[in-house]
Design a binder for this molecule. Sequence first.
Ligand SMILES: [Zn+2]
Length: 133
Amino acid sequence: MSLRRFQRTALPRARGLTRRSRHTLTRHLKRAVKRATMRDCGRRCVYCATPLTPEQATLDHVFPVSKGGLHSPGNLVVACHDCNQLKGDLLPVEFFARYPWAGANFCRYARAVHRALKRGARRAVSLAYALAA
Ligand SMILES: [Zn+2]
């Protein structure tokens, strides 16, 4: 007997859920994630430090999803639309090397992100400033 098969049969079935109610569920979840992330980031864009309202804030994956980043709280920050566009799918190290001011703000405001990400950001920022000097 394979374990995988056992787990699959043991999963509770979401029988009563229609496509629509599943959709509202994820919408509620997304809103809750955004609220929590905003609180963790001090209700500011972590890259340019502009205070944000929930409507202006966008969720940003520090390590891009396209490069294998996770949807976990340790990888999520809030950013304004412009900074999110600016970052695109750059790796955090590439982004902070190019825009050290974003990295400096990131170290200050992105409190809840994974500490490896913060360490990488600190390193990229000090390297960028050292190269510029
Ligand atoms: Zn910004």
